[in-house]
Design a protein around this ligand. Structure first.
Ligand code: AHG
Ligand code: MN
Ligand code: MN
Length: 334
């Protein structure tokens, strides 16, 4: 029988042979994984754990928070604040950054997260997840919000945990993408796929079709051509999936290919898009690129965007390389 490789062992080997991760970063990733395990437990209990339903509070983006948004946020903070590996954290659910309190040692990393992605799916028992991104704190004393405003290509680790039929942690430290499945009996994440690759071509797209009339012309054109199937210019039929949890849609794409889009639309023309650059788009873009896919905002590589603010939003097109290139070309031609 081949030996099972735990997340701990994978990280130790990354540190030892590949030199990708210093020990502080290894500790950080272990702690994030532990927090995800704990969130997974809460998610699993559902109604029995009293975790379903709304919290009757609003986050900084004006979205109503669910109880689990707040629970997951607290779990991540409590797990990460004392280890000495972090200087500060930023979350989709908190207005400002969370600086590690003085009573703990300060580390050199910054952790950003979407504690609970796919909030509208919590109460209906559909896959949800946690997305995270790690940056190095720039040199200098103290830590400020400005320190977080780094482009996606500066990430040193990124990943997500999807709470679905299985709990799966997906990670990159810049050496490809690895997937770990939670073994509940052992209480540890076990490596179940390495060197994940997104096929360059696909016949599956993911977009919220109910927004069709609000889209921009290049997006209308792309989807319209997909819908024409074998009768249209693409000469092949397309399938559609939309889970409404980015984590679950991206997980499907990493597993079997596809293209995911949450484009700018005319409902809120002043906003570049719905999804958040720092907590959703950047980490997912890096995972997708590390698996051979591509990620743009329709015009430019997402990971090259210089963020102007912490809660910045962005238009997202990511997945199978040839389809992302096509959507991007349609934007540039328009
Ligand atoms: P969150 O639950 O963190 O606010 O994120 C939800 C996001 C993303 O996961 C998903 O792709 C998208 O919102 C779904 O939006 P629609 O409900 O507009 O389809
Ligand atoms: Mn989200
Ligand atoms: Mn969220």
């Amino acid at each position: 029988m081949t030996q099972k490789i735990s997340l701990t062992r994978y990280l130790v080997e990354q540190q030892r042979s590949e030199g990708h991760i210093p020990s502080q970063l290894r500790l950080l990733l272990e702690v994030v994984a532990r927090a995800c395990k704990s969130i997974s437990q809460a998610v699993n209990k559902g109604a029995l754990g009293g975790v379903l339903g709304g919290a009757e509070t609003e986050n900084v983006q004006g979205e109503m928070q669910k109880k689990l948004d707040i629970i997951a946020n607290e779990v991540l903070i409590e797990a990460n604040e004392w280890g000495g590996h972090l200087a500060a954290m930023a979350s989709e659910e908190m207005e400002g950054i969370y600086v590690v309190p003085n009573r703990y040692p300060q580390g050199e990393y910054l952790l950003l997260f979407d504690p609970l992605d796919g909030s509208s799916n919590i109460d209906v028992n559909v896959s949800i997840g946690t997305i995270f991104s790690v940056l190095r704190k720039p040199e200098g004393a103290g830590v400020s919000e400005q320190d977080f405003l780094q482009a996606g290509h500066k990430q040193v680790a990124a990943g997500y945990c999807v709470y679905g039929p299985q709990t799966t942690l997906v990670l990159t430290v810049g050496d490809g993408v690895a997937m770990f499945t939670l073994d509940r009996e052992q209480g540890s994440f076990i490596l179940t796929q390495e060197n994940v690759q997104v096929p360059e071509d696909t016949q599956e797209f993911a977009i919220n079709m109910s927004n069709m009339r609000h889209w921009d012309t290049p997006v209308q054109r792309y989807i319209d051509e997909c819908l024409q199937g074998t009768d249209g210019p693409r000469g092949k039929n397309f399938n559609m999936r939309w889970i409404a949890s980015m984590v679950a849609d991206v997980h499907r794409i990493l597993t079997r290919g596809g293209v995911f889009m949450y484009p700018w639309d005319k409902r809120e023309p002043g906003k570049p898009g719905k999804l958040r650059l720092m907590y959703e788009a950047n980490p997912m873009s890096w995972l997708i690129e590390q698996a051979g896919g591509a990620a743009t905002n329709g015009k430019q590589r997402i990971m090259d965007i210089e963020p102007g603010k912490l809660h910045e939003r962005v238009s997202v097109v990511l997945g199978s390389k040839n389809e992302v290139d096509r959507v991007t070309r349609y934007h540039l031609e328009a």
